[in-house]
Design a protein around this ligand. Structure first.
Ligand code: SAH
Length: 223
C-alpha cells in the first residue's frame, strides 16, 4: 500500500473527534452516517500534503478547480438522504470520491457521475483500489444516467450547486424517493425533495439552510 494510504492512530483519533463534533454541533443523529464517517479515511481522498488538516471542517482543493466538500456538509447531505441499506443512489459530482465512499460504507449501491475527465479517471482508480464498489461514469449530471438503464433510483444526491432542479434527474427518481440538492447560483439553499407521484407538481419540498458549493456546470462547458 502506498505510504499515503496508511491510517494511523493519529488519523483515527482526529476522525473520531470530527464525528463527535458533527454529532454535537451539527445535529447529525443518523448513526449510519456517523459510523461511515468514522470509518472512511478522508485523508485518502485529498493530496497527501493536506493530511494534517483532513479532519478539520473545511473544503479542500482537489485539482481541476474543484473541492472536496466540508465534512459537515457531507454529513448533512448524507443524513438528509434518510438512506437504508441496499438502496440505489445516484450521485452527481464524484469529485474526490469521499462522499461516494461514505455512501458505499452506509450500504448503498452507488452510481456516480463526474463531468471532468481528469477527476473521473483519478477517482475511479482510487475507489477501485480501495474496493469501494461504486459505479463511476463520465458524463453530464444534468442528464443523469444516459444510455444505461440502472434507474429509477431510491435517492439522488447532487454535490454541486445547481441553478435549478434538473427535470431529467427527477424522472430518474422513484416515486417515494428523495432528492437532496443545493439550489442557487452564488450560494445555495439545501433542498430535500420527496417525489410523491409521476406528475411535475407531485413533490414535497423542504429547505435546510444555506451552503456554498462549486457550481454545477452545464453541457456546453463539458470538458
Ligand atoms: N462529492 C464530491 C464533491 C466534489 S465538488 C466530494 O466529496 O469530493 C463537485 C463536483 O461536481 C466536482 O468534481 C465537479 O467537477 C462536479 N460537477 C460539476 N458539474 C457537474 C455536472 N454537470 N455533472 C457531473 N458532475 C459535475
Amino acid at each position: 500500500m502506498a505510504k499515503e494510504l496508511t491510517d494511523t492512530f493519529l488519523d483515527q483519533g482526529k476522525r473520531r473527534r470530527m464525528c463527535d463534533m458533527l454529532e454535537r454541533n451539527n445535529k447529525i443523529e443518523d448513526q449510519n452516517v456517523l459510523a461511515a464517517m468514522r470509518s472512511v479515511p478522508r485523508h485518502w481522498f485529498i493530496d497527501p500534503t493536506r493530511r494534517a488538516t483532513a479532519y478539520d471542517d473545511y473544503a479542500i482543493e482537489i485539482g481541476c478547480d474543484q473541492t472536496i466538500s466540508r465534512p459537515s456538509t457531507v454529513a448533512a447531505q448524507s443524513q438528509l438522504l434518510a438512506l437504508q441499506k441496499g438502496m440505489k443512489v445516484l450521485e452527481i459530482g464524484t469529485g474526490s470520491g469521499y462522499q461516494t465512499a461514505v455512501l458505499c460504507t452506509m450500504g448503498a449501491e452507488v452510481y456516480t457521475i463526474e463531468r471532468q475527465a481528469g477527476l473521473y479517471h483519478k477517482t475511479r482508480a482510487l475507489l477501485n483500489a480501495l474496493h469501494y464498489k461504486a459505479k463511476c461514469y463520465l458524463g453530464d449530471g444534468y442528464k443523469g444516467m444516459v444510455g444505461v438503464d440502472y434507474g429509477p433510483f431510491d435517492r439522488v444526491l447532487i454535490t454541486c450547486g445547481a441553478p435549478f432542479v434538473p427535470e431529467a434527474l427527477m424522472n430518474q427518481l422513484k416515486v417515494g424517493g428523495i432528492m437532496v440538492i443545493p439550489v442557487g447560483d452564488q450560494q445555495q439553499e439545501m433542498k430535500r425533495i420527496i417525489k410523491t407521484g409521476e406528475g411535475p407538481e407531485e413533490r414535497e419540498e423542504q429547505s435546510f439552510g444555506i451552503y456554498r458549493f462549486v457550481p454545477m456546470l452545464d453541457g456546453r462547458q463539458f470538458s
